[in-house]
Design a binder for this molecule. Structure first.
Ligand code: UDP
Length: 203
């Protein structure tokens, strides 16, 4: 959370920064009044998976931009293969590393943040991640185990704007909110596939 925010190459990152700044300023502007606004910016890492019941999950329209929904559509036979955006990064197997977090852990992070906000004033930014990184191929292998199928893939060019590795420092979430993620990658892919299997055409 202390790292300077520099979304220079990312319009998406810019929108996040703007929203955080608005939140912080609204909190500061109301600090002296009775109707104090409290703000916590929750910095999601890479949420994936679904509720274990298979009743709540993700079914994106169109061509997915994100890794997990794309892999899911390949597993369903809706797309032929996964494009892996580069295998020459300085990572465990050359593919990009991200901090994937189970959506249910993420949801619980929101509850912890609300509890915190009820008892405190001011504004904060808090990372919601697991603190562990997984490569694209590690996610793919985990998903293959979950669906018991081979997922075809091709290595293609790097995607503009991507970085090699991104994972959370989870200390602040633990100390401030008393929250940490518990679900591991295999549970995320298993729950994600369970939802898709039960809802092949979405909800
Ligand atoms: N990725 C990939 N193929 C895809 C989508 C994503 O190889 O079709 C890679 C991407 O380069 C990154 C990781 O998977 O290393 C996670 O990408 P995603 O878009 O899901 O999340 P991001 O971290 O970019 O927000």
């Amino acid at each position: 959370e202390q790292t300077p925010r520099l979304p220079a190459t990312s319009p998406y990152g810019n929108t996040k920064q703007m929203c955080e700044d608005i939140l912080r300023d609204v909190v500061a502007a109301t600090a002296a009044s009775e109707g104090v606004v409290k703000g916590i910016a929750l910095r999601y890492f890479n949420p994936i998976g679904a509720h274990e019941s298979g009743l709540l999950g993700e079914d994106p329209n169109g061509i997915p931009n994100n890794l997990m929904p794309y892999i899911t559509q390949v597993a369903e036979g809706k797309r032929e293969f996964l494009n892996v955006y580069g295998d020459d990064y300085d990572t465990v197997d050359g593919t990009g590393v991200r901090d994937y977090i189970h959506v249910v852990d993420l949801a619980k992070g929101h509850l912890a943040a609300l509890d915190y906000a009820m008892a405190h004033t001011g504004s904060e930014a808090v990372n919601l991640g697991t603190g562990r990184g997984s490569s694209v191929l590690e996610v793919l292998r985990s998903f293959e185990k979950a669906c018991d199928k081979e997922i075809p893939y091709k290595i293609v060019e790097r995607r503009p704007g991507d970085i090699a590795t991104c994972y959370a420092d989870t200390k602040k979430a633990k100390e401030l909110l008393g929250w940490e993620a518990h679900h591991m990658l295999d549970e995320m892919t298993a729950d994600g596939w369970n939802f898709t299997r039960k809802n092949p055409n979405g909800l």
